[in-house]
Design a protein around this ligand. Structure first.
Ligand SMILES: [Zn+2]
Length: 251
C-alpha cells in the first residue's frame, strides 16, 4: 500500500477519520463503482465519489444536456447544452479530480450491456429516472451478487436503500414485486422535483457507496429510508424478506 504525498494531502480529511485512515483511502482509490444516470441524483453522487477518491468510476447515460436539466443536474453547465451528459460530466470531474479514472458510456442501460457493465464493479449506484432501468439493474445486481445503492426522488421527497444478495436479506422484488405498467415514465418531468432533493439523495448515495466499499458503520441493507423534505419527516422502514418472493425465495 502506497499513497503519494499528493494523495495524502488531497484526501487528508478522509484519512483523518478513524474509520477510513490511509488504508481505507487506498481501498477507495482501488475501487470500481458504476454510476447509472447523470441526472439529478447522478450529478451530486458522481461529484462526491470523485472528490472522495473512488479510483475507477464508470458512468453511463444516453441523454444530451438540455436547458431544463440545469435546475437540478448540477454537474452540467449552460455551455454544455446539446452535448452528451457523460461528456459534460466527465469534463467537470476532470477539473475536480484528475487523479482518478472515469470511463464514460454514452448509451442506455439495457439487457444487452447490463451484465458486462455490472460484472466488473465493486458497487453499483443507481441514479436512473425510470422503473424499467431500476428493475433491470436491481435484478442483475442480485444475480451477480453485487451491492446496489438505489435511490429515487420526486417532488420534495425521496427514498434510498441498499440491496445485497445475502441469505437473510430481502431483494428488490420482495419490496416491489412487479414493474409498474408505466415503467418508462420519468417521474421528474411528469411530477416535478426540487433540485436540492437530488442533492440530498445523491449525497446520501455517495455516503452509502463509500461505507459499503470500506465496510464501515451500519449498512442500509434491509431498510428503506424515506425523507419528506417539504414536511421534514423521516421514516426508516424495515423491509422483510418475502418467503414467497418469486425472485429470491427459489419458489
Ligand atoms: Zn425477494
Amino acid at each position: 500500500m502506497q499513497l503519494s504525498d499528493k494523495d495524502i494531502d488531497r484526501y487528508s480529511r478522509n484519512i483523518i477519520l478513524p474509520e477510513i485512515g490511509g488504508e481505507g483511502q487506498y481501498k477507495l482509490l482501488q475501487s470500481k463503482v458504476l454510476v447509472i444516470g447523470m441526472g439529478g441524483l447522478g450529478s451530486p453522487l458522481l461529484m462526491y465519489l470523485a472528490a472522495a477518491g473512488i479510483g475507477n468510476i464508470t458512468i453511463i447515460d444516453n441523454d444530451n444536456v438540455e436547458l431544463s436539466n440545469l435546475q437540478r443536474q448540477v454537474i452540467h453547465s449552460t455551455q454544455n447544452i446539446g452535448r452528451p451528459k457523460v461528456d459534460s460530466a466527465k469534463s467537470y470531474i476532470e477539473k475536480i479530480n484528475p487523479e482518478i479514472k472515469i470511463t464514460k458510456i454514452n448509451s442506455r442501460v439495457d439487457t444487452d450491456n447490463i451484465i458486462e457493465l455490472i460484472a466488473k464493479q465493486d458497487v453499483i449506484a443507481d441514479g436512473s429516472d425510470n422503473f424499467k432501468t431500476r428493475f433491470l439493474v436491481a435484478d442483475t445486481c442480485f444475480k451477480l451478487k453485487k451491492t446496489l445503492i438505489s435511490a429515487a426522488i420526486t417532488k420534495y421527497e425521496g427514498q434510498i436503500s441498499t440491496w445485497k444478495n445475502k441469505k437473510n436479506l430481502p431483494c428488490y422484488r420482495c419490496l416491489f414485486a412487479n414493474e409498474p405498467n408505466d415503467s418508462n415514465i420519468n417521474n421528474c418531468s411528469s411530477n416535478g422535483v426540487l433540485g436540492s432533493i437530488g442533492g440530498v439523495f445523491g449525497s446520501l448515495q455517495a455516503t452509502e457507496v463509500i461505507k459499503e466499499i470500506l465496510n464501515i458503520g451500519s449498512s442500509l441493507s434491509g431498510f428503506l429510508n424515506i425523507y419528506d423534505l417539504l414536511n421534514n419527516t423521516f421514516r426508516k422502514i424495515k423491509i422483510n424478506k418475502d418467503p414467497n418472493c418469486k425472485f429470491c425465495s427459489g419458489k
